[in-house]
Design a protein around this ligand. Sequence first.
Ligand code: NAD
Ligand code: ISE
Length: 334
Amino acid sequence: MTLRVGVIGTGMIGQDHIRRLTKVLSGVTVTGVSDIDATRAASVAPAGAQVFATAQDLIGSDSVDGVVICSWGPSHEDQLLACIAAGKPVFCEKPLVTSQAAALKVMAAEVAFGRRLVQVGFMRRFDADYRRLKAVIDAGTLGAPLMYKSVHRNASVPEGLYTSEMPLNDTLVHDADISRWLLGEEVAGVEVRVPRRSSRGGDLRDPVVVLLTMRSGAIVDVEISVNVAYGYDIRGEVSCETGIAALPNRPATVITDQFGIRQAIPEDWRERFIEAYDQEFREWIAAAGQGTATGPSTWDGYAATLVADAALRAVETGGSEPVSMCEKPSIYFS
Ligand code: NAD
Ligand code: ISE
């Protein structure tokens, strides 16, 4: 069976996902697109796909079995609620939503529906290096994980569009999610330190250092720098009781010339996580074909939202902000 998919939001990542859904993956076809910028939607619509005037029209269409949401974060809540009301499986780019209240609303709707429909775009969980790192920690041969260092560097971010809140409520969500997944536990508290500001970002609060205290007492230290110029640099290292487990440097051709010996660094997330995005969609397509979802859930999106909210509070108070979660509904135990 071929899954017929509608894509909402046809900007940077929407276009990249349309490319993989049409040119890379099998068992799927893009039958619809929609964007508040109708000209953009029309210009990137694959052959045969209908351009819908609104996201709601796309979600309600009989020619769409599953929905991919790639619009801006604040639009996700209404679009997710409409997908759940229509009983359609939905892949939603991170952040799930932008407030705790919205996350609880989406969770309540999915729980009332009775089974999972939502997969959140935390693609690191599908990356082969992160999967191998988790396997080492889970095997327990290095003892308990005590500390995790997560480095998240972007070459640059869109000037004017990327604001000082975004390292904490847009970028940090990936580190929050991967920390919870790798360490297998929830975040209990969040602190933020703001070092000397990079002159490259104007008034932007960049870089930031975030400390996540996990429920076991393990501490995660996250560096977020969004204007490092040299490339997209993602690192992770877990310190356990009797050893260290770290992500490898990505293999790249070694170039030797008059400038020295060097290896290229990915330009951005599209390049670094290209296989991970492919794999997250393979798994989404398989589950959506069965009318459900697997992988990162609404619960995981909710958890990351709480960490982002706590980080935004912590940067104001300068202290440690607690994270307290509601009881986990049974549909999110796998
Ligand atoms: P973008 O600005 O390039 O594209 C967003 C598009 O959504 C725009 O074309 C905009 O017109 C459209 N849009 C906004 N509101 C809409 C609405 N209500 N209905 C329909 N269309 C709407 O942004 P982007 O970089 O492609 O990011 C989109 C989403 O993907 C964001 O949530 C972002 O956080 C996420 N993202 C995730 C990753 C990742 O690594 N997983 C990487 C980049 C972006
Ligand atoms: C972007 O939206 C992403 O999700 C990227 O993976 C992240 O590195 C970047 O900081 C975000 O703005």
